[in-house]
Design a protein around this ligand. Structure first.
Ligand SMILES: Nc1ncnc2c1ncn2[C@@H]1O[C@H](COP(=O)(O)OP(=O)(O)OP(=O)(O)O)[C@@H](O)[C@H]1O
Ligand SMILES: [Mg+2]
Length: 232
């Protein structure tokens, strides 16, 4: 079970971006996808969540074929997505951002579940603040909270530490470890921060020019490999 991506090809218009990408994620495992800018990491996540579905190949989640499912139906199968650049709604409050995410899953409750403020205590006192007024770190926490409120069994996280200062990166590190251990949730993490990847991941896959060129257990991610394929 888990996620099975098999031999997908994804395009933007006529530009062929992903070339025969395959990747599997077992239940409860965190897998990192690494690679330089523009190699297709975000496109892989968008293929899985259905924002830019592949033209060929297969994607199955827990045995369910996602090919003909729209993005919101994929979310109902238990997949939540945290886009690169957070994309929180700036003009409404933190509380309303969370409520919108709950509605997306069909939950009409008006109360934010307690576990959200257990995972993200710093969001509790700023619930009435507009999304656009938050710091980068707070916005990233809100973005992950919105995904987590949908109680996913697979979380797609696109560069959650991008542009954040080290103390906030450490908070995100703890949150990701807790999501995996306490929420029984697998994570597909796109990252460029090698230290962070090594701290939170069990498996890695390196992409180059729309292909997966190396993969393995995290302790096989050597400095040599990083030097060859990543910006270090
Ligand atoms: N909406 C789009 N329309 C056309 N081309 C796109 C679009 N989005 C991305 N691309 C192109 O697809 C390729 C892969 O982009 P993608 O965003 O997946 O890379 P990435 O590995 O996530 O990069 P980064 O590390 O900068 O986020 C790039 O060449 C990019 O220019
Ligand atoms: Mg990207």
């Amino acid at each position: 079970m888990g996620l099975e991506v098999q031999d997908i090809n994804t395009f933007y218009g006529t530009s062929h971006i992903l070339h025969g990408v395959s990747l599997s994620i077992a239940d409860g495992v965190t897998v990192s996808v690494l690679g330089r800018n523009g190699v297709g990491k975000s496109t892989l996540l968008k293929s899985v969540i259905g924002i830019n579905p592949p033209h060929s190949g297969n994607i199955q989640f827990n045995g369910i074929d996602l090919a003909n499912q729209k993005t919101h139906d994929r979310a109902r199968t238990g997949i939540s997505y945290v886009p690169q650049g957070r994309e929180i709604i700036p003009d409404i409050t933190v509380y309303e951002n969370l409520l919108v995410a709950m509605r997306g899953k069909g939950n009409k409750n008006k109360e934010i579940p307690k576990f959200i403020f257990d995972f993200f205590p710093s969001l509790k006192p700023i619930q009435k603040q507009k999304g656009g007024t938050l710091s980068g770190g707070q916005q990233q926490q809100l973005s992950i909270a919105r995904a987590l409120i949908q109680e996913p069994t697979l979380l797609l996280l696109d560069e959650p530490t991008e542009g954040l200062q080290p103390s906030v990166v450490e908070e995100i590190d703890d949150i990701i470890k807790r999501i995996r251990s306490e929420k029984n949730c697998s994570i597909l993490l796109v990252e460029q921060n090698l230290e962070f990847v090594r701290a939170v991941t069990q498996h890695f896959a390196i992409m180059d020019s729309g292909r997966i060129v190396e993969e393995g257990e995290i302790d096989m991610l050597t400095d040599e490999l990083a030097g060859q394929y990543l910006t270090v």
